[in-house]
Write a protein that binds this ligand. Structure first.
Ligand SMILES: [Zn+2]
Length: 129
């Protein structure tokens, strides 16, 4: 495999989706290629970030806080909006978890920005600690 082919296969490599022969080839290439090693590190960091930011627990907690807040809202008309935002956040977070692995950092960053934006609209933490 060429450097470019291996770069393209790093995500599958990380997911354990390569055949044994390919995986061995990628492992050997990574040992000798700092660029591919850096990309694999990015994939690892991104994957950990997805689990941390968009894992099952985070959206559930976010939804609960959003719901609690919408119930406590002083102006009733705001509640449906808050609920809609909360639901959108959950759906986007779920889709982002699936899509982030495929489409990688740019999309992940923009989706995370959307989630943080929606979270701050609701006045709840986006889960960043
Ligand atoms: Zn390389």
């Amino acid at each position: 495999m060429t450097h470019d082919e291996i770069r393209g296969a790093l995500s599958a490599y990380f997911d354990g989706q390569l055949g044994q022969e390919q995986a061995v080839e990628v492992t050997a290439h990574i040992a000798a290629c700092p660029e591919c090693r850096a990309i694999l590190d990015d994939i690892k960091a991104l994957s950990a970030g997805v689990r941390e930011e968009l894992g099952v627990k985070a959206p559930a907690g976010l939804a609960q806080r959003a719901l609690a807040r919408s119930r406590a809202a002083e102006k009733p008309p705001r509640a449906p909006l808050a609920l809609a935002i909360a639901l959108t956040v959950i759906v986007v977070a779920f889709l982002a978890g699936v899509a982030a692995k495929k489409y990688m950092p740019t999309m992940f960053a923009s989706v995370q920005g959307m989630i943080n934006g929606a979270a701050s609209t609701l006045g709840v933490s986006g889960g960043n600690k």
